[in-house]
Every structure is written in structure tokens, then in C-alpha cells.
Design a protein around this ligand. Structure first.
Ligand code: NAP
Length: 308
């Protein structure tokens, strides 16, 4: 099969760390260009923005939009109008509603729109979903605690409106939770901690319920130094499940079931190729909806200023 000719828009940390190597390792894709104001990839033609990319590069099929969520919607509209398949980094947008016209436009243009949730491709997630599918879940506990200085150096956008603060990593946990739980949940309460000098939260406590009552809690915190924690626990009538390392390690009743390598983006590009071949889209807004709910009903607490 002829490889899908793809361009990356927004060459920053995630484009360099994951998209460029994953495309290079994939037989399904060829990276033909990038569009970024400052970033570029050695040996690949680069353009300052998506408009210049579309004007200068005649034959390509798809774009991976790797910029922050704020400017992503406009770029996605431009790419879809030009008839390109579109991969959206997570979160898929700055608002829920802006996804609607992208979904409609992709369908009208008969191209694929893929709103990626990379954590769902972590090695233990599929088996965790399978194990939980037939079990009665008593409680779910999420701890997603990391050092913002280590993972987001110099990224001013995460502290701006539409940058989501600690929900930028926290939404990864919610993408796993919504994938592996057999029942829908909804947010019932939240406390968001805002540094006095920032517009976005540095920590959050969330409570979720399903039809049977409150069963899930989550703590997101960006102030964790030392060991980092990306854990999801589910207690069931038949035993306890523990996903660690962002979903890469799965333990059931203390026994290691999966101890996987980080191959999330290889999975993302396999899935994108499959969607393009089938002319299908995959857009699941549920993790973003939970974040929006937290901003809607969450109590706001103010904590000490945060300096990078
Ligand atoms: P980043 O390092 O700041 O890179 C984003 C790039 O987008 C920038 O380098 C910038 O390149 C471009 N850009 C275009 N418009 C921009 C704007 N208005 N403000 C800031 N940058 C703009 O961010 P990132 O960590 O790669 O994250 C990008 C997206 O990937 C986010 O949605 C994030 O949640 C997601 N993600 C990140 C990680 C991670 O580990 N960092 C992991 C998974 C997913 P130019 O200046 O060259 O245009």
C-alpha cells in the first residue's frame, strides 16, 4: 500500500518526542512536511503555518495537529476544508462545542477525523477493560500526580485560559477511566486549586457517581516532586485491579499481568491508518466533558503563587 502522506502542524515537545519517531517507524505514513512558527524537523520541508503548507505542498493526505488546544480548532477547520484527514492531539479542543462542526465537516468531506487519547493505547488498558467488563465495581480511585516543572518546562499556554492547567495531564486519566469502566459516570463534586497568580488550576479533587451512587474519586496534582504517580485502582467483588505508570503496568490482586513498554503512539498511528482506510472517524468527547463539568461545578480554592 502507498504510504499516507502526512504533515505535522505545531512542532513542539510532543511532536518531537512521539509523532516524528512514530511516523518514521510506521510503514503506513510518510512525513512530507511540517508547519510551525519556530519548530522544524531535520530534512523535512517546513512552512510557517497551515495555510502556507496547503498552498505549497500539492499532494498530501493527512495532518497531525500537535499544537495546544486553543489554536487547534481553526487549524482543523482549515485542514478538513482542504480535504485532509485530521489527527487531533489531546485534548481535542478548548471547548466541547467546537468539536461538533469538525465532526460534521469531516463527514461531509468524507475524510477521517481522529481525536486521539494516547493513554488509551497504553499497554495495560485493553486488558483492564476486558477484566472489568463483567465485574461489579465497588470503587475507583485515581491518583495522577506529577511535577509540572519537569513535564511542561517553559510551556506558558498550559497556564492560560484554554490550557486546562493540571487537567492537561489529568484528562489522560479520565480518558482511561472512560475507556475501561463498563458503566457511564458523571461528576458530582470538585475542588480546583488555583495558584493566586495563575488562571488555571494546579490541583483538583474530583468525585464521580454512576446510577448506583458515588463510586469514583480522583486527585490530580502538579506539585509532586520525587517519584511520579499515574495510578488507577478499581476494587471489585472479585478482586482489585491496579493500573500504574499511566496505564503501562496492570496488576490484578497483586499479580503483574502486563508490564508494557511505551508504545502508545505506534498504536495511535496504526489506528489512524485503519480509520483512513475505512473512511471512518473516531471522536469521543467524554474525557473533555468531565473536565468541562469540573470547571462548571467545581469549588475554586486559591493557593500560593506558582513560579516556573
Ligand atoms: P509545546 O511543546 O508547547 O508545543 C506545541 C507547539 O505548538 C509549539 O511549539 C508551537 O510551535 C505550536 N503552537 C502553535 N500555536 C501555538 C500557540 N498559540 N501557543 C503555543 N504553541 C503554539 O506543547 P506540547 O507539550 O507539544 O503539547 C501540545 C499538545 O500535545 C497539547 O495539547 C498536549 O496536551 C498534547 N500532549 C503533550 C504531551 C507532552 O508530554 N508534552 C503528551 C501528550 C499530549 P511554533 O511556535 O513553532 O508554532
Amino acid at each position: 500500500m502507498t504510504p499516507i502522506r502526512i504533515a505535522i502542524v505545531g512542532v513542539g515537545k510532543i511532536a518531537r518526542d512521539q509523532h516524528v519517531p512514530s511516523i518514521a517507524a510506521s510503514a503506513d505514513f510518510d512525513l512530507v512536511a511540517t508547519a510551525s512558527r519556530h519548530g522544524s524537523v531535520d530534512g523535512v520541508p517546513s512552512y510557517p503555518d497551515i495555510e502556507a503548507l496547503l498552498e505549497k505542498v500539492e499532494h498530501f493526505d493527512a495532518v497531525a495537529l500537535c499544537m495546544p488546544p486553543g489554536p487547534r480548532h481553526a487549524a482543523a477547520l482549515t485542514a478538513l476544508r482542504a480535504g485532509k484527514h485530521v489527527l487531533l492531539e489531546k485534548p481535542p479542543g478548548a471547548t466541547l462545542s467546537e468539536l461538533d462542526d469538525l465532526v460534521a465537516l469531516a463527514a461531509g468531506q468524507r475524510v477521517s477525523l481522529f481525536a486521539t487519547w494516547h493513554s488509551r493505547f497504553a499497554a495495560g488498558v485493553a486488558q483492564a477493560k476486558q477484566w472489568l467488563a463483567s465485574r461489579n465495581i465497588r470503587s475507583v480511585r485515581v491518583d495522577w500526580k506529577e511535577d509540572v516543572r519537569k513535564w511542561h518546562p517553559g510551556q506558558a499556554w498550559i497556564w492560560e485560559p484554554g490550557g486546562f492547567g493540571v487537567f492537561d495531564p489529568g484528562i489522560n486519566a479520565l480518558s482511561i477511566v472512560t475507556e475501561i469502566l463498563p458503566m457511564p459516570i458523571h461528576l458530582t463534586a470538585a475542588t480546583l486549586q488555583f495558584p493566586e497568580n495563575r488562571t488555571q488550576p494546579i490541583a483538583a479533587e474530583l468525585t464521580f457517581a454512576d446510577a448506583a451512587g458515588e463510586r469514583a474519586t480522583a486527585t490530580f496534582d502538579w506539585r509532586q516532586t520525587g517519584p511520579q504517580t499515574w495510578d488507577i485502582r478499581a476494587s471489585t467483588d472479585d478482586g482489585d485491579l491496579l493500573l500504574q505508570s499511566g496505564g503501562a503496568r496492570l496488576t490484578i490482586d497483586g499479580k503483574m499481568v502486563v508490564d508494557g513498554r511505551d508504545e502508545e503512539y505506534a498504536g495511535i498511528y496504526r489506528r489512524f491508518a485503519g480509520l483512513i482506510a475505512a473512511r471512518e472517524s473516531d471522536v469521543d468527547p467524554r474525557p473533555l466533558r468531565h473536565v468541562a463539568d469540573a470547571f462548571m461545578v467545581g469549588r475554586h480554592a486559591f493557593v500560593e503563587p506558582f513560579e516556573d
